[in-house]
Design a protein around this ligand. Structure first.
Ligand SMILES: [Fe+2]
Ligand SMILES: [Fe+2]
Length: 300
């Protein structure tokens, strides 16, 4: 098996010409990785095939989910005190709330970006693929809930104000939007790695379901690892500084809206890990399938 390279910080410097080359390389990668764009379905051929293969081999729970009422009562908005919920419910409602923000964000962005027929630049095409991958993630998240026989989950819009914030986001000037977009991708990876670290403990009595949840999560994580590199590729020196500066505040603000986080994760540690992120903690099987910018790889 080929040796993996040594990685450098995601905040490593790069030149404008390196970034231009990396966009071209990424564009080839993403087409090969995800297949053909299915614009009407907000999907991609390979993503669709992968979801079909999960659905054709459903995992059976050993025991029915203990208390579905507690999940349904709290998944959109916490109604009970978070500390009264069992850890399975807490983790699943937390995953839903994170994914719900993603869903609202990409729904606003999809409407604001040109479709493939009207994409002039390679970055426009990359954005369209990126969003279709994100929609595929929501289907994978939905599959996680189905794995636990939570088949009544609905994707509920956020408040009017938050929806407007997400709709404005893609219209921000590029210099401001790019650092925000990059940090939100970084936040995704930090969150998914934390969820992965909890699966075996929280679902210890449901090892098959935990393994399926990890498979679904890995599919998402491979894409998200590529996304952080891709979004990083928009940033020059100033954008990088701005991203580092906004990381702690953006993490705290975002997770403040998901009270489960405080009981499941160490948010301050996640922030520290984000600031020193260099791919070295990511398992090799995921690294082999994803993409990273050339300037995040140490010279041999
Ligand atoms: Fe995502
Ligand atoms: Fe992403």
């Amino acid at each position: 098996m080929t040796q993996l390279p040594k990685y450098l910080s995601i905040f490593s410097p790069s030149t404008a010409s390196e970034r231009k080359d990396n966009f071209d390389i990424y564009w080839n990668f993403t087409q090969e990785h995800s297949g053909e764009l299915l614009e009407q379905e907000q999907s991609l051929s390979k993503k669709k095939a992968k979801l079909d293969s999960f659905q054709s081999q459903p995992v059976q729970l050993r025991q029915p989910f203990q208390n579905p009422d507690a999940f349904y009562r709290n998944y959109v908005q916490l109604q009970d005190a978070a500390k009264t919920l069992d850890r399975k419910t807490l983790l699943l409602t937390c995953i839903y709330k994170f994914a719900r923000h993603e869903w609202v964000g990409i729904t606003g962005a999809w409407a604001a970006t040109p479709d493939m027929a009207n994409s002039r630049h390679v970055t426009d095409k990359i954005s369209r693929y990126h969003l279709a991958e994100e929609f595929s993630h929501i289907r994978l998240f939905h599959e996680m809930f189905l794995t636990f026989r939570l088949d009544q989950v609905e994707w509920v819009p956020l408040s009017f104000t938050l929806r407007k914030v997400y709709e404005l986001f893609p219209k921000l000037p590029e210099d401001l939007m790019s650092p925000f977009a990059f940090v939100t991708e970084l936040m995704g990876i930090m969150f998914y790695r934390r969820v992965d670290a909890l699966l075996d403990e929280v679902f210890a009595d449901e090892p098959e379901a935990a393994a399926r949840l990890r498979e679904l999560l890995n599919e998402i994580t491979i894409d998200e690892l590529a996304h952080i590199g891709q979004r990083r590729n928009y940033l020059g020196a100033m954008g990088l500084k701005l991203s580092q500066w906004m990381t702690p505040a953006l993490f705290r603000m975002f997770f403040h809206d998901i009270p489960e986080t405080a009981l499941l994760f160490d948010l301050e540690l996640m922030i520290q890990e984000a600031l020193v992120f260099d791919y070295s903690e990511i398992p090799a099987p995921l690294m082999r399938k994803t993409w990273i910018p050339s300037y995040c790889i140490a010279p041999a």
